[in-house]
Design a protein around this ligand. Structure first.
Ligand code: SF4
Ligand code: SF4
Length: 365
């Protein structure tokens, strides 16, 4: 990590230009349909400015805020997941040649260099988990790996947590400690910029920066700490892994099943969920077929279907599977919980089910 440099707010365009000039497609937060989403961008004017997000269980609103900050909000429904683990992706196609033989053609992953601006600490933590699953395991995923290798990450330390955030309790934020190429601390008049990689240092040298003052550093550190202190939720600090598996018959599973719609919103927005299903899509004349995968979820009937039927036929079993895997089973698979405290599953659950509350209820006493 380099010493921070000060970039005036007007210098954000120079950052985007430097990334574009280095061959990256620049993706950043933009407002679409009342939410902040990652989309390709060419101008700093496309960033949100003067906006806060108000989040609560089952609720998300963007609101006007005092000042002209670009990152005075916590997060939107997306993390980095859709940029690396595509919601739907072709794996191979098969067609008959002139002699009627089946010819299989694997999909060739192509990834253009992409720079993502505005990544949060929780999203970097989630990315490490997705890397462990898709890239660093015994069966690396070539499409994920190609996109991951082409990624340049510009983190923004979080100073405006939503009411649904709890990354401080999982140890994943609000400061981005590693895993980025550049990291920004937003101040009223600009940004402190640190490089976290050689590629980041190259871009940083191209920016119109000045030495950061001691006061700017202190302000940035104070705002990040205030962001941690402002968080209102936390996962129980108990031995969740053991307690959850000891309490598979807890009455709370029945209670939450009365409210849960099995809609799978929570797993779609979760930056660490990685389940998918595979399907074939044959052409009507039978001459060609595509084999593709798409996101799946603990909450769908088909995801637990094995020969003869679904092993998790009801919402109680599906919710219990999600929670016990996310907060329990992941420790055995990846050495830590699968939750990074982003709060998205709470905000985007249509009936406002709160993972911290449910885990707390099952593990109480
Ligand atoms: S379980 Fe919920 S809070 Fe935890 S990482 Fe997934 S979406 Fe975020
Ligand atoms: S917990 Fe909420 S978001 Fe998840 S499946 Fe149930 S109703 Fe849908």
């Amino acid at each position: 990590m380099s010493e921070p440099r000060f970039l005036p707010r007007a210098g954000l365009q120079a950052l985007i230009d430097a990334l574009t000039g280095a061959g990256y497609e620049c993706v950043g937060p933009r407002v679409r349909d009342g939410a902040i989403v990652y989309e390709p961008m060419a101008s700093a004017d496309e960033l949100p400015h003067g906006l806060n997000d108000r989040q609560a269980p089952g609720e998300y609103r963007l609101e006007a805020a005092a000042g002209a900050r670009n990152f005075a909000w916590a997060n939107g429904p997306q993390a980095l997941k859709p940029l690396l683990f595509a919601p739907r992706e072709s794996l191979w196609t098969v067609a008959r040649d002139a002699r009627g033989r089946l010819m299989f053609e694997p999909a060739q992953p192509v990834a253009r260099p992409r720079a993502v601006l505005g990544v949060r600490a929780c999203d970097l933590a989630a990315l490490r988990l997705q890397d462990a699953h898709f890239r660093d395991g015994p069966h690396p995923d070539p499409a994920y790996g190609a996109r991951r290798d082409a990624l340049f990450l510009i983190a923004v330390h979080c100073t405006h947590p939503a009411a649904t955030c709890f990354c401080a309790s999982t140890g994943d934020g609000p400061r981005a400690d590693s895993g980025y190429d550049l990291a920004l601390s937003e101040l009223d008049d600009g940004f402190l910029v640190e490089a976290g990689s050689v590629a980041g240092a190259v871009i940083l040298r191209r920016l119109p920066t000045a030495d950061a003052t001691q006061r700017q550093r202190e302000t940035a550190a104070r705002e990040i700490e205030a962001g941690a202190q402002a968080q209102q939720r936390a996962l129980p600090g108990t031995d969740l892994q053991r307690l959850l598996f000891e309490r598979l018959d807890h009455p709370r599973w029945d209670e939450v099943a009365q409210r849960c719609l099995s809609c799978a919103n929570c797993t779609s927005v979760c930056p660490t969920c990685f389940c998918y299903s595979e399907h074939d899509s044959p052409r009507l004349d039978g001459g060609e077929s595509e084999h593709y995968r798409e996101w799946d979820s603990c909450f769908t009937f088909g995801h637990s279907y094995i020969h003869g039927g679904a092993v998790r036929s009801g919402t109680r079993e599906r919710y219990r599977q999600w929670l016990t895997h996310k907060l329990g089973g992941w420790h055995e698979q990846y050495g830590r919980s699968g939750c990074v405290g982003c709060g998205r599953c709470i905000t985007w659950c249509p009936v406002g089910i709160d993972i911290t509350e449910e885990a707390g209820a099952v593990c109480a006493d």
